[in-house]
Ligand binder design. Structure first.
Ligand code: UD1
Length: 417
């Protein structure tokens, strides 16, 4: 197992290219199941989660080729509409295949994903929505078995779940008649999926708002589609720049996908500059505390909460961080405190009192974004060495992060244990 060794204190300076969004690429890959002809995706990031989804699609009979940053997926040979536990347990996003499989083949058998470090993460909304579309759902030895011909219907999500919105939107593309989905998630990844599905021949309107309408069609064809840039990766590099009192520009980034977040950086005293497809953030003279509450898009993203907490450990003053999307997303706190941070957690709220500096320490990554937070904390610590263990978490969502941080001036290297 690899670990990341960091000697902090260097202000990060320079520019870094943002890769394609993991959370857009994964449902788009699942959408290839809906098409009768090959779907080609451009700007696909080289990440473990993408490889896991590729493995799952191959298991079902999708023929794929992944070269450079583009991936061609041909689902003509799908023989096995089943997603086994061994593959789903490694990555919850595998559950995305359920909607497309049942929409195209009238049946699917997909392992229930179970919980994960950041919460129990049930899939009840996905299942209730599919039932509303006429699907018979049963559970068989840990698997969801979905069967039936889908028919358009109206359905209101209990919570604007990103995954459930994507499952239901994909399923409805090939249902008979009109589907209306209310209280849906509005994340940019949903708009990107709708854009691709519409190019494939679907009739979706309203993606990006809280109500989506889908008129079912008989079949979809493959197209070429470019995955949007990863807003969470962009935010992570910007935080790393500000946290080290540096000056970092992210290239190929979408500022319009980071509402709430860029304003917060400005509020704490960072200089933020947006130009076409680049965003620059600098905080050469330090920064102050702020309060944040995570919310579904366009609120402050839960996927940037841990990294922002690392940043705020050394802000001037005290910050309150409230997590409202997941129930257990403060896994980084104990490790940050071991590095000298002063954080108290009370339920879903964390009080972060700014300290004058962090110290390097051996720490353990527990999930993807918490591990990014620990890397940022390591970069902030001017004394000592930080060794972040279990970096496979970070490889799920960031492509060769150490090389790209080193190019910005960080003293970081990957070592085999
Ligand atoms: C997606 C993102 C993840 C991000 C999250 C919230 C992908 C691959 N992952 O995850 O990075 O952190 O959105 O922005 O896109 N819930 C239910 N029942 C359901 C579905 C969800 O109770 O059927 C709850 C979850 O437990 C969680 C909340 O709703 O507390 C949000 O989950 P959801 O929006 O579905 O997140 P994911 O799609 O899993």
């Amino acid at each position: 197992m690899d670990k990341m060794i960091i000697r902090g204190g260097n202000p990060l300076k320079g520019s870094v290219h943002v890769r394609g969004a993991k959370n857009a690429a994964l449902p788009l890959m699942a959408a290839s199941i809906l098409a009768e002809t090959p779907l080609t995706l451009h700007n696909v990031p080289c990440l473990h989660d993408v490889f896991s989804m590729d493995k799952l699609l191959s298991f079902m009979g999708v023929h794929s080729e992944f070269t450079g940053r583009y991936m061609v997926m041909d689902s003509a040979g799908v023989v096995n509409p089943e997603a086994p536990y061994e593959l789903v347990r490694k990555m919850r996003a595998s559950f995305f295949v359920l909607g497309p499989l049942v929409a195209r083949f009238g049946r699917a058998r997909v392992s229930l994903p179970g919980g994960c470090a950041i919460g129990t993460r049930p899939v009840d909304i996905h299942l209730k929505g599919l039932e509303a579309l006429g699907c018979d759902i049963s559970l068989d030895e840990g698997y969801v078995v979905a069967e039936g011909k889908l028919t358009g219907a109206s359905f209101t999500l209990d919570f604007p779940s990103v995954g459930a919105t994507e499952t239901l939107m994909m399923a409805a593309t090939r249902a008979e008649g009109l589907t209306r989905l209310y209280n849906v998630a509005r994340e940019p990844e949903i708009e990107d999926l709708a854009l691709c599905l519409n190019a494939m021949g679907a009739q979706i309107s309203g993606a990006g708002s809280d109500m989506i309408t889908v008129v079912g069609v008989d079949n979809l064809k493959g197209v070429e589609h470019e995955v949007i840039p990863d807003r969470i990766e962009a935010g992570t590099f910007l935080i790393a720049g500000v946290a080290t009192h540096g000056d970092v520009t992210v290239l190929n980034a979408r500022a319009d996908h980071l509402p709430g977040f860029l304003e917060k950086l400005q509020e704490i005293g960072a200089e933020v500059e947006v130009r076409q497809d680049r965003i620059r953030a600098a905080a050469v003279n330090g920064y102050s505390a702020t309060d944040i509450t995570t919310r579904p898009y366009p609120g402050f993203p839960t996927d940037l909460q841990a990294q922002t907490m690392a940043l705020l450990t050394c802000a001037e003053g005290a910050s309150l961080i409230k997590e409202t999307v997941f129930e257990n997303r403060f896994m980084q706190v104990a490790e940050l405190n071991r590095m000298g941070a002063d954080i108290d957690v009370d339920g879903s709220t964390a009080l972060v009192r700014g300290v004058s500096g962090l110290m390097g320490a051996p720490v353990m990554a527990s999930d993807l974004r918490a591990s990014a937070a620990l890397v940022i904390a390591g970069l902030m610590a001017p004394q000592g060495e930080t060794a972040v263990q279990r970096v496979y978490h970070i490889d799920r969502g960031y492509e060769r992060i150490e090389e790209r941080l080193a190019a910005l001036g960080a003293n970081i290297e990957r070592r085999r244990n």
